[in-house]
Design a protein around this ligand. Sequence first.
Ligand code: SF4
Length: 278
Amino acid sequence: MKQLRVTNIQRGCVYDGPGVRTTVFLKGCYLRCPWCCNPETISFEKELFIDNSKCLLSKGVHSELCKLCQRNKGSNSITACPFGVAEETSRDYLPDELFHILLRDQSLYIESNGGITFSGGEPLFQSENLVSVLELLKEKGLHIALETSLIAPDQSLLLVNPFIDTYIVDLKIQPEMYLSDSNYQNEIKKHLMMIGGKSIFFRFVFVDSVMDYINEVKDWLSVMEINIIEILVCHNLGAKKYGKLSLANRDFTSSKEKAESFIDFLKDFGIASKILSI
Ligand code: SF4
């Protein structure tokens, strides 16, 4: 049976849909937003976080324990390092195994009207394998949310849609990459139509350049009849992860003050928004 590749399972989440939830971060994404704070979720391939600051050699210590390490021309892979220099970024789970892990907080979901949220990366990237877990969770009557950009093949969305109660749509309309690209915009529009009738929350990562294209952003939100949106102020807390993956990191950090100006601007056009402090 096919497995699901997961980077993190976070319990007790209160921002990823109604009530108290467990959020599952799935590996793999169709996009590559340069401000992504979880870069280990972008590629579907297995990867390692390498933390060179933990390596004894980098501190000039020549330990017996390091003698067999590849960094000492030995035969042991760096993954055998006893000091945690290499760490897998993901783990593969059989659907049944993941299902039983998610059931640990079943009573909490029921007490708080919460449930399970699948996020990423892009959870639709693993739609085919995800369906098996969704079926099991739905048999238990649990509430399921999906945090997605909706940038994915139609078939991936159609497969999971019957099991999803709430969508958290992470809107890709930032000027740097997405706002002027009609392909992205048409894809989002088409998929919003496909999930029409479900409960939908909209989210948006605020980057400074939005203020330079404020009218275009506002027009797009109005055309799509989006009248309430949660704002995440872009930060650079993922910088260390980029380093551990040997990826270039660009800092798009914005300020709460700038995001508040954006909120005021939207308010004048009847679009309510608030900053989500995660
Ligand atoms: S075993 Fe770990 S600490 Fe020692 S050289 Fe290898 S990576 Fe560095």
